[in-house]
Write a protein that binds this ligand. Structure first.
Ligand SMILES: C[S@@+](CC[C@H](N)C(=O)[O-])C[C@H]1O[C@@H](n2cnc3c(N)ncnc32)[C@H](O)[C@@H]1O
Length: 293
């Protein structure tokens, strides 16, 4: 997919309706007149809403300030967590995407591109990796660092809760490290799932100390020092149309990574199927009617 084809694949992040690409290819305009700047930096500005909700605006500001010290800082965090092997752990969770050469992948919250490099390697040669982040400075650094030989890399500034793509666009989607603080986290899970084709993978991770460790002295200290580690795995935010869900704890069991496959429909329960047996007629619905709350 070349740059023009990428621009033509973008849709309105709110409604999913087509955008009009200007003749000079510098802007994309939605049906309601909202203009998205393509510019000439190779990073398209698809941010929505234009005025971010307070938590998202705060995160964007913090990462825009921290981009130069981010790589060192994040590696120190993982070093404190059971002296984890950061490179091996990142390889482990990118492998969960089940990418193959030629495939099409999306990364949300790509930051400075630590995992993007692995994603590009997986889809090379000939594949496409679309890399996005909320912070212009983080994403610019990723763009400067990444080797994009033999692969199509496209960049956009975007909010993970409003993805500018049609349904079923990607073979796999990845996000790591930010979703706990997304203002609209449930919406983000819906979006990450929506843009993946049925049978494709979604892989998402962030801080959450495993429940069995929370009361041990060193982990209790960690939770006190950084409340982000107290986050619960956001299972209740997942959409219904998924299967083969698996949860992994990584980085000293202080982060989770979840993986699941996207399905075209939600699973069904046949609550009217009679329970086998000749002496009585029974099923889940009748049991529910008899049950006391
Ligand atoms: C901890 S960093 C992780 C970066 C990278 N994934 C990594 O593992 O090194 C979190 C990233 O998520 C981005 N982010 C935060 N909120 C976001 C949102 N609503 N949509 C997209 N990205 C977001 C931040 O700008 C930041 O670059």
């Amino acid at each position: 997919m070349n740059h023009k084809e990428f621009l033509e694949s973008l849709v309105c992040p709110l409604t999913g309706t087509p955008l009009t690409l200007s003749e000079d290819q510098k802007t994309l305009t939605s049906e309601d007149g909202t203009v998205y700047e393509v510019g000439d930096t190779g990073i398209v500005n698809m941010l929505y809403p234009k005025e971010l909700l307070p938590e998202d605006a705060r995160e964007q500001y913090l990462y825009d300030q921290a981009f130069l010290r981010y790589d060192k800082g994040v590696s120190w965090v993982f070093e404190t967590l059971n002296h984890s092997d950061e490179a091996a752990t990142r390889k482990f969770f990118i492998d969960l995407m089940e990418l193959k050469p030629g495939m099409k992948a999306l990364e949300v919250g790509a930051g400075t591109g630590k995992d993007s490099a692995l994603i590009l390697d997986k889809v090379r040669p000939g594949g496409t990796a679309v890399l996005s982040d909320l912070s212009p400075n983080m994403l610019k650094l990723a763009q400067e660092k990444l080797n994009t030989d033999d692969v199509n890399a496209h960049y956009f500034l975007g909010n993970g809760s409003y993805l500018p793509f049609a349904d079923d666009t990607f073979d796999a989607v990845f996000h790591f490290g930010g979703i706990n603080t997304f203002s609209e986290r449930k919406r983000a899970f819906d979006e990450l799932t929506r843009v993946v084709r049925p049978g494709g993978k979604v892989v998402v991770g962030d801080e959450s100390v495993a429940p069995w460790l929370r009361n041990t002295p060193t982990y209790a200290t960690l939770l006190k020092a950084n409340p982000l580690f107290r986050a619960e795995v956001p299972l209740e935010d997942l959409p219904a149309n998924i299967e083969n869900f698996k949860l992994h704890y990584i980085f000293g069991n202080a982060f989770y990574v979840m993986e699941y496959k996207v399905t075209s429909t939600a699973p069904e329960i046949d609550i009217d199927l009679p329970i086998p047996g000749k002496d009585f007629v029974d099923n889940w619905r009748l049991r529910a009617e008899k049950a006391v709350d």
